[in-house]
Design a protein around this ligand. Structure first.
Ligand code: DAH
Length: 348
């Protein structure tokens, strides 16, 4: 009888230790196996007196049934935990992984490159850290010329070069013009130079770092109609088919004649008014788009190209500026592009 009590005590302790189905199987073998405790108890019946046999046998069978039941309960519990762990609810919405996006300016650069690639222009990127020579002197802007003040250039604090002057942060992409002429050597030249530019300005329409793209086309017989055609093509591709352009006379040191191409306003579509009220965006129906002109002979000469044989046109656009003019992107402060505010940037 004492043995039977011990068995049930041991069983309770053993069951507590079971944490897996494998543990449970071992426990089952220990108690109910061929050489298990129950069987060895049954063997001991032989040694009992006949009157004790019946009672003892019944007790063993009761314990055996109880053990079986306890093992079954434990097994169910373990199986339930197991299925919970591996359970996959396929009806739940999937996990969203955060996706990055390119910067708005990068998208614009890609679009501009593609537009000009289609008409045979190759894309170049010329240095952001530049010499005065390529940014000014080679572009027909002699030292002390007032036009150089307009740029308010960032100068790098290193000794000047005797040949190229001071080292600067390139204030415009026009510095790529003469570099490209030297690189190609003999025209035809069809280049689009897209790069960062730097000028010390900070307000709603200026950031000290900004982007420009410079178009350059040099060949025999190039004239103003080609310039107008290229700008017209770009305006319709980048903005919309219904936008028109015009060339307004202007002055740049490196082009002659020079123009400021304008584009019809996307809000009033060139009318300058909406229902008799002056357009808030343009006031006149036109928006200034870029600087452009026919390349000055002195610039061609600086690039080693004979101006008696070749002519060419050039233009320079501000990328952030034209992005602000594009429909669908309503930027009222250019500085937001470079604030690094992810809530703004991830919208595109
Ligand atoms: N480089 C001028 C600027 O940044 C823009 C410009 C004007 C570029 C006339 C040109 C040009 O190529 O022909 O203000």
């Amino acid at each position: 009888m004492k043995n039977l009590n011990e068995v049930s005590k041991d069983l309770t302790a053993d069951l507590k230790k079971v944490i897996s189905l494998a543990d449970l199987e071992n426990l089952q073998i220990k108690y109910l196996g061929r050489k298990g405790l129950i069987n060895s108890l049954l063997q001991s019946i032989k040694k009992l007196k006949p009157e004790e046999k019946k009672n003892f046998g019944k007790k063993i069978n009761d314990i055996k049934t109880a053990i079986k039941h306890l093992i079954e309960v434990k097994q169910k519990k373990l199986l339930y935990i197991h299925t919970q762990k591996d359970f996959i609810d396929i009806s739940l919405p999937g996990k969203q992984y955060q996706r990055g996006s390119l910067h708005l300016v990068t998208y614009a650069i890609e679009e501009i490159s593609e537009i000009f690639q289609k008409i045979g222009f190759i894309r170049m990127t010329y240095p952001e850290v530049e010499w005065e020579y390529f940014s000014f002197d080679a572009l027909n802007m002699p030292k002390g010329h007032p036009a150089r003040d307009d740029f308010e250039t960032f100068f790098i604090d290193v000794p000047a070069s005797r040949k190229n002057g001071k080292m600067i942060l390139s204030p415009h992409t026009s510095s790529g013009q003469v570099r490209e002429m030297i690189r190609v050597g003999k025209p035809p030249i069809r280049m689009i130079n897209i790069a960062k530019c730097y000028r010390p300005n900070w307000d709603t329409t200026h950031t000290p770092m900004f982007h420009q793209f410079e178009g350059l086309c040099v060949d025999e017989g190039i004239n103003i109609t080609h310039l107008k055609g290229a700008i017209n093509y770009f305006a319709k591709e980048f903005f919309a088919e219904d936008r028109e352009i015009r060339l307004r006379p202007a002055h740049f040191q490196f082009t002659e004649p020079s123009f400021e191409p304008d584009i019809t306003c996307g809000i009033c579509l060139g009318k300058g008014e909406i229902n008799g009220i002056k357009c808030r965006v343009c006031k006149s129906g036109w928006l200034e788009l870029a600087g452009a002109g026919m390349i000055h002979p002195n610039v061609l000469k600086a690039g080693g190209i004979d101006p008696d044989i070749y002519t060419g046109w050039a233009f320079g656009f501000g990328i952030e500026r034209i992005m602000m003019m594009k429909e669908g992107i309503k930027l009222d402060d250019m500085r937001i592009l470079y604030d690094g505010d992810i809530r703004f940037l991830e919208q595109f």
